[in-house]
Design a protein around this ligand. Structure first.
Ligand code: SF4
Ligand code: SF4
Length: 310
């Protein structure tokens, strides 16, 4: 078999927030959305990124000297900056940095390598009813890769889940349906204009794909990131739940309250973060939204641990 390759930013073992049981969550690089609240900015582009921690930098200059592209320079404030147009992702600079100020996020794995890595925890998956979840980024940007990995996992009896934003051609889901046991499907906003404003894209395709997945009677859990002032008001949340209620196959909803845990990563990857001043999600609002989903007849999890076994 020709084992495909993809870039992985993180392999999170013993995860209990991305589906049922004990799982390994794999974060692939590349996402077509630009949600302003994203807490994994290092996964947005499909290539590895350099994470630069200025606080650890000793200004020794080793990275500048190591760079064959002359892409690194010092600005007027003595801060190391990288010219991304010049950079060719050779990562000589990260290898040269003794202080770990400059690190790379993203390593290429063949599907076979990744399989051998995650299968080490097989006994935990089987004893807890867990398995492997592919997240991102957006996994459907690497559909064939995910299919290869899932086929290998299925041969071992391991539960395979995919976490998706749904913004992809329907053909991606058609290819995934035979090999995926669970779709963790994100809905961020029901209002299309607000969706465009906060994520950069329309939600039309996302909702269309969800309806088709439901008609194909797939195992789907809806995940709603709850973002203060964006979608945590009763009216917007009820619209989302009202839409999901019309689906046949969905019985479970996960509410993921907004936090700021990944906000410091924006500085590390040299990106601007717009929601620095947004408070973390308030418990009363979480409870209100939870009750709306419960009243609609769903099993509801706060934070993403799953109940369902199928
Ligand atoms: S090698 Fe590391 S510590 Fe030295 S200047 Fe570069 S980033 Fe800073
Ligand atoms: S990755 Fe390579 S080209 Fe890019 S800044 Fe580092 S050493 Fe230079």
């Amino acid at each position: 078999m020709n084992h495909l390759k993809a870039y992985v930013s993180n392999i999170q073992r013993f995860s209990v927030h991305d589906g049922q049981g004990i799982r390994t969550t794999i974060f692939l690089l590349g996402c077509p959305l630009r949600c302003k609240w994203c807490q994994n900015p290092e996964t947005l582009n499909s290539k590895p990124v350099i994470m630069m921690n200025q606080g650890l930098c000793a200004e020794c200059g080793a990275c500048m000297n190591a760079c064959p592209q002359r892409a690194i320079s010092l600005d007027e404030q003595g801060i190391m900056i990288t010219d991304n147009q010049q950079c060719n992702y050779c990562f000589e600079c990260t290898a040269a940095c003794y202080f770990n100020a400059r690190q790379v996020s993203g390593r290429q794995y063949t599907s076979d390598e990744l399989f051998h890595d995650v299968i080490k925890d097989k006994e935990f998956y089987l004893s807890s009813g867990g398995g492997v979840t592919i997240s991102g980024g957006e996994p459907t940007m690497h559909t064939d890769y995910c299919c290869q990995l899932f086929k290998m996992l299925k041969e071992q009896g391991i539960h395979a889940a995919i976490e998706t934003c749904g913004y992809t051609k329907w053909e991606s889901f058609e290819r995934l349906i035979p090999v995926a046991d669970l779709f963790l499907y994100d809905i961020k906003l029901f209002d299309e204009n607000k969706h465009k404003k906060w994520t950069g894209v329309s939600n039309e395709l996302i909702l269309e794909n969800l309806i088709k997945l439901d008609q194909a009677n797939q195992n789907i859990i809806i995940r709603i990131p709850l973002i203060p002032t964006v979608n945590d008001d009763e009216a917007e949340f009820m619209k989302i739940i009202g839409f999901v209620k019309k689906l046949q196959a969905v019985e479970e909803v996960h509410i993921l309250p907004f936090h700021q845990l990944g906000s410091s990563k924006y500085k590390l990857v040299g990106k601007l973060y717009d929601l620095e001043d947004l408070p973390e999600e308030n418990n009363d609002r979480v409870e209100k939204c939870k009750n709306i989903a419960l009243d609609a007849g769903f099993r509801v999890s706060i934070g993403g641990a799953g109940f369902k076994k199928r």
